[in-house]
Design a binder for this molecule. Structure first.
Ligand code: GLU
Length: 425
């Protein structure tokens, strides 16, 4: 394990996968997981890396690196998004794939976990270049993906547009029509109603459930949301609709504070009309990104990047409740500090599970060939998330630990059952 000396109270983790293992080890010990099962989970099942030569618009060829890691297929076909970003690497994809195994198990879905990515800067590429890159990646991964094998979805830097290209390339390689090979597709080509807002909706459902346990009324609660993309914008809107005052929002271009509450509808209109960024929106005063995390609010929703809540930031956090919309926003060092401070953390593998839950509903609808109304999808989603929340909360209480470790224990119980039921040869 790569560690370095630290400035806070616990060891720091340079590797994201090590950070996953750190939590796995704690949960395994508290739960009493067998070493055999722990060893299986410490090693991803399959790691594929491809190089993708792409003809760029300027006539030059650029070679991109593409990754897909299947962490586990114990509970079903592996499931997880595809990320386009410059910092995509083996370690990150491996960590995110393991989180998907645990996330799907917590949400009680019949899936294992996987994650993929391409090291690229999608903001600097043309639509044509992105389409060629997505189709080259899909062709290279055509034997990895499959509706009953490994099912991708959007993640950071990708959306329904990329999923439509992915289906097209997959269908051409396999000569057929396989809408269930991916989820998060546009509605109208096999996508599910409610999928776009699902991750934000799951954040809303878990926030309300946590506030109830804490005897707090959402109508008297203030909140800061970091990230205004697919997760943060829907989370801010839905929490606001529940009566919460959203005092701070931010994206990669700006961070804003308004003590009286930001007009979220106006912010949503602004980003829609201004290239999907908040820069220039005047609904609050500009603050530094880290000031959003340590702002004087009741609820903090990190819904952007990983590792933003470090030990140092954690020492300064004033919120009573943190709901992790992003994957891995809190470092293990920060976990220890937040626990000491008595701050309730609804962990990523529970809080942002709404996205993959509706992905599952999309896949069911694809397999069924029959499509549900948005109300039906939302009702099924809310029931699934509430159940998952209760399981995690109860396991946290029963094992006298945090909700994060409670969530890992919830997942470990299911995966352990799967491994033992199937047998090891
Ligand atoms: N990328 C999303 C996540 O991290 C969704 C994954 C999916 O729907 O398969 O949960």
């Amino acid at each position: 394990m790569t560690t370095k000396t630290n400035t806070t109270t616990a060891e720091q983790h340079d590797s994201m996968f090590d950070a996953v293992l750190a939590r796995l080890d704690v949960a395994a010990k508290i739960y009493g997981l067998s070493d055999d099962v722990a060893n299986i989970l410490r090693n991803p099942q399959k790691q594929v890396k491809v190089s993708l030569p792409i003809m760029m618009d300027n006539g030059k060829v650029e070679v991109f690196e593409g990754f897909r890691t299947v962490h586990s297929t114990v509970l079903g076909p592996s499931k997880g998004g595809i990320r386009y970003a410059m910092d995509v690497n083996d370690d990150e994809v491996k960590a995110l794939s393991a989180w998907m195994t645990f996330k799907c198990a917590v949400a009680n879905l019949p899936y294992g976990g996987a994650k993929g990515g391409i090291k690229c800067d999608p903001r600097k590429m043309s639509v044509g270049e992105l389409e060629r890159l997505t189709k080259a990646y899909t062709t290279a991964m055509a034997d990895v993906f499959g509706p009953s094998r490994d099912i991708p979805a959007p993640d950071m830097g990708t959306s329904g547009r990329e999923m439509a290209w992915l289906v097209d390339a997959y269908n051409k390689v396999h000569r057929g029509n396989f809408p269930g090979v991916t989820t998060g597709k546009p509605v109208g080509m096999g996508g599910s109603l409610g999928r776009d807002a699902a991750t934000g909706r799951g954040v809303m459902v878990s926030t309300l459930a946590a506030l109830k346990k804490m005897n707090l009324d959402p109508k008297t609660v203030t909140c800061a949301v970091q990230g205004f993309g697919n997760v943060g914008s829907h989370a801010a809107r839905l929490l606001n609709e529940q009566g919460m005052v959203i005092c701070a929002i931010g994206d990669h271009t700006t961070t804003l504070w308004n003590e009286k509450g930001i007009d979220i509808q106006a912010a949503l209109r602004y980003v829609k009309e201004n290239g999907n960024v908040l820069k220039g929106f005047t609904g609050g005063v500009e603050i530094k990104p880290h000031e959003l995390l340590t702002a004087k609010v009741d609820v903090l929703v990190p819904a952007a990047l990983q590792n933003v809540i470090t030990g140092e930031i954690a020492l300064d956090i004033k919120a009573k409740l943190i709901v992790e919309g992003a994957n891995g926003p809190t470092t293990p060092e920060a976990d220890a500090i937040l626990q000491e401070k008595g701050i309730v953390v609804v962990p990523d593998i529970l809080a942002n599970g709404g996205g993959v839950t509706v992905s599952y509903f999309e896949w069911v609808q694809n397999n069924y060939g029959y499509y549900w109304s948005e109300e039906e999808v939302n009702a099924k989603h809310d029931a699934c998330m509430s159940n998952a929340f209760e399981h995690v909360w109860n396991n946290g209480k029963q094992y006298k630990t945090t909700m994060r470790i409670g969530a890992y224990i919830t997942a470990l119980m299911k995966v352990e059952f799967g491994i033992k039921a199937k047998g090891i040869y």
